[in-house]
Design a protein around this ligand. Sequence first.
Ligand code: UDX
Length: 446
Amino acid sequence: MKVTVFGIGYVGLVQAAVLAEVGHDVHCVDVDQTKVDNLKKGMIPIYEPGLTPLVTSNFEAGRITYTTDAASAIKHGELIFIAVGTPPDEDGSADLKYVLAVASTIAENMDSHKIVINKSTVPVGTADKVRAKILEVQTANDKDVSFDVVSNPEFLKEGAAVNDCLKPDRIILGTTSDVSEKKLRELYAPFNRNHDKIIVMDVRSAELTKYAANCMLATKISFMNEISNLAELFGADVENVRKGIGSDPRIGYQFIYPGCGYGGSCFPKDVQALVRSATGVGYNAKVLEAVEAVNYRQKEKLFDYLMQHYNNDLKGKTIALWGLSFKPNTDDMREASSRVLMEKLWEQGANVQAYDPEAMEETQRIYGTRSDLSLMGTKEATMNGADCLVICTEWQAFKAPDFDAIKSTIKDQVIFDGRNLFEPSLMSEYGLQYYGIGRGLSVKGS
Ligand code: UDX
């Protein structure tokens, strides 16, 4: 089928690649000429396992093309995806200017029936706004071409995006049009082989489903972080509690890992956006407000431990920091806990020696060159001359370090672990002091 994707960002590029992989003819449009030129040269703008070979092979096979020419791309696609960014406004609500700009461009250039598909995470009611915008621009241009607007939210996880897209848990189609449903079922048929993953519903329910999914996951995390704080105060170990409650299938083991807070491009933004949307319809979303507040506090947790350990004096301390990305297997640092920590450490006059398997360039891009940040080539190098070790991201490469080397290199022989990678008892055996998250008995160190 002939498909057009607006926005060659995370969602757009992965979506384009998997659609091309199953044989669809995909034109990708972006306003960023450099990005388009780089993609044509095989330079992929994001790090995502499996994405580069998928994109490259489909580009070489002619099933993906890149362009800044929106008019020709709109002529090409009978199905047009909108996958542009919806950055948070100053008040936390999703900014729809890019989505609506694409809607205008579609309206100006369409000359046959189009199915416009919202893939970006957008507030409930956005499909109606896109529909209204297309009608408004058509009317202004004296046009009357038929179209439908469908909500088809994306549920991919960074670091597993290709697999999530190739093997989705569910495909949500928000449409009441039989024609659109039939076309989208045909588009997604290759991903819907083993059992029916397609769930069709009205547009607004589809839009809310996306927010509800992310907010539910964020709620699980903040809930568990709250329990971890209580565990600490009660002298309990949250890791035991986690296993104890996860064994109840109604709760489950997933997304109940306590830590130094959730980050990324989705959870923080989507929780805030739903809180704002709720306010817009006169509702105070108290649970979601608490989810956000708990996460905000949790991102300061490691810093609080450091302040406690060093009697509120971090001036001149050198901190070895492992993990900068908001989670493993990505170079994405949006809303990463490491940033909150580093910025607070710098305010106190501490120096950071950091390492991350993928996010070094991104850190450099965000913070530039500064005397209190040294980006080191290996995790071991961060420890040279460091007073303590802090872990912000649970990369595999951090899970079995040489503890003897840590003990002999880190001056104060102490680890602050924001992801509970190690057992406190083992740390005691190595003679290391250890701060985990919510591991009450270990907090004061061995
Ligand atoms: C998320 C959703 O999982 C995905 O379905 C949606 O489409 C986009 O948002 P992503 O942002 O890529 O995906 O990351 P995810 O793996 O969900 O992790 C988000 C954050 O939560 C990370 O910072 C992670 O460290 C944290 N997390 C996750 C926890 O702190 N504890 C957990 O138990 C799980």
